[in-house]
Design a binder for this molecule. Structure first.
Ligand SMILES: *Cc1c(COP(=O)(O)O)cnc(C)c1O
Length: 495
């Protein structure tokens, strides 16, 4: 088959009704502000799971991508998948470890920046750069980050042809480790800009630039097109389908499930890219009972799944200890709505969200959503308790995002099936929160917290993290948000 992409809010008569994978990556703006979604998905049968029982990750990924039939050369796909060799264990970039009570944790953070964004952004960087090169085009990727996307995007695009990256982060709004991962990145095609303000300010500045005709014209004069590597880009979602299938195969290999035995997928969710990857994997044939959506106190998704109501009127974003999940408008949910209810209804719902900051599903629609998803949320204090109890009870260290899954695992299952929970960050990225959970000491800087946890757990601080504190700062820029455009244009003029 050859996968084509259609629009979640229907076609406006101006754009093509169907596009290929490479266009969906490079020009992701669909009609009426919608997203591109695959018109059909390849189907996996029992023979597929049998065939890949002993496959390494790249082999599995290559076969899955081949079944999609994408308009990308095999050499590019191979080069992209080769990046998993940079993970701790090249054949098994996301190990699945048992943590008691039918719970198995798929650790998605064994890549270069120690958070799950690497799983998709590492190969995506190769694909995007190759497409730019083939088309003889030059892209500026704009990113705004609360701490995980920025390092992963910089790491993947570093020194790649055809792509330059400008990455905005809130100065003082990330962990020390996250900031150091960005400001120590030294490559001529990367620009890291700290903003006086919070993540919302950084994101608002980014959206303004992406929408600005004047900015686009100035880039045009330099022969540069604008792109975004954000989590609605299907080029990222594709690579997020694969690890759900791999994680299930791991359970088969470990003899924990029998072929065809259903499992729960338990996903700490923000923009819903990870959960959507699981949903597509399920539609392709992965034996899933339900997808458990774990949130923090920004629990819009819990409300949606339990009550069929997406309501952000009067909701303020709450800053939690799991900042990568501090999101009110969860973009990839739209692709599920489209899949379940069609383009016309999706457009209606998304318009209502924009105009009234609220939409309501019918009872029948809510039931259909609930056939696929269950949900719960976890506040910071519960998360801290779970981090401590899991360390003390199972000698397992986890970060605050992962902790939300443990709460949902306990509350959401109604059948005694195994659960695959996704761990999205290494303990090193959120060490002050974890040190507080384990020792009660609050307000530590990252380096002290890392040392404390390492001592307590009898482990070493991973060398890539320890080294950050001694690296020279290559990206010292911190500016007011009014000056962002000028700063980026000056960076581009350096060539
Ligand atoms: C991005 C991120 C998430 C949320 O993932 P989505 O795909 O946006 O739902 C959760 N945890 C961590 C650590 C992340 O970096």
């Amino acid at each position: 088959m050859s996968t084509t992409f259609i629009e979640t809010r229907g076609n406006d008569g101006q754009r093509a009704e169907r596009i290929g994978f490479s266009d969906a990556i490079l020009t992701p703006m669909a009609s009426f502000g919608g997203l591109y979604s695959p018109a059909e998905l390849p189907q996996l049968d029992d023979a597929f799971f049998e065939q890949h029982r002993e496959s390494g990750y790249a082999e599995l990924a290559r076969d899955l991508i081949r079944r999609f039939g994408l308009d990308i050369e095999q050499t590019v796909i191979d080069e992209a998948l080769a990046l998993y060799r940079r993970f701790d264990d090249p054949d098994n970039p996301c190990p699945v470890v048992p943590v008691g009570d039918g719970l198995f944790v798929s650790e998605l953070w064994h890549g270069p920046t120690r958070a799950f964004k690497d799983m998709a952004l590492q190969p995506f960087g190769v694909v995007l750069s190759a497409l730019a090169r083939q088309r003889g085009e030059e892209y500026l990727i704009l990113a705004a980050t609360s701490g995980d996307t920025g390092p992963a995007a910089l790491e993947t695009f570093k020194n790649r042809d055809g792509v330059r990256v400008a990455c905005l982060y809130p100065d003082g709004g990330t962990s020390d480790v996250q900031r150091l991962q960005m400001v120590t990145e030294d490559a001529p095609n990367l620009k890291v800009i700290g903003i006086h303000g919070n993540f919302d300010d950084a994101q608002a500045a980014l959206k303004r630039l992406l929408a600005s005709e004047a900015f686009r014209r100035k880039l045009d004069e330099q022969g540069i097109a604008l792109s975004a590597a954000n989590s609605v880009n299907f080029g990222r979602i594709l690579f997020q389908i694969i690890y759900h299938i791999h994680s299930y195969l791991e359970l088969l290999r470990q003899g924990v499930v029998a072929p065809g035995e259903k499992v729960y997928l338990d996903v700490p969710s923000g923009n819903f890219g990870n959960a959507l990857g699981g949903y597509y994997a399920w539609k392709m044939g992965l034996p899933v009972e339900k997808i458990i959506i774990a949130s923090n106190r920004n629990n819009v998704l819990t409300d949606l799944i339990r009550n069929g109501r997406y309501d952000i009127r009067g909701r303020e974003l709450i800053a939690t200890t799991s900042p990568a999940m501090d999101i009110l408008v969860s973009s990839n949910v739209e692709r599920v709505l489209f899949d379940l209810f069609g383009a016309e209804r999706t457009r209606e719902l998304m318009d209502a969200l924009t105009e009234q900051r609220c939409y309501r599903l019918t009872d029948e629609e809510t039931e259909r959503l609930q056939q696929h998803f269950v949900a719960d949320y976890c506040d910071d204090a519960e998360g801290q308790r779970l981090i401590r109890d899991t360390f003390e009870g199972h000698a397992y260290l986890m970060d605050p995002h992962t902790a939300t899954c443990f709460k949902a695992h306990a509350s959401c299952r109604d059948k005694p099936l195994k659960t695959i929970a996704y761990s999205t960050a290494e303990w090193t990225k959120f060490s002050p929160v974890i040190a507080e959970a384990l020792t009660g000491k609050s307000g530590l800087r990252d380096l002290d917290a890392l040392q404390l946890i390492a001592e307590r757990a009898g482990i070493e601080i991973p060398p890539v993290i320890r080294a950050l504190f001694d690296k020279p700062i290559a990206q010292p820029t911190v500016i007011d948000k009014e000056d962002i455009e000028r700063e980026i244009l000056a960076f581009l003029e350096q060539g």
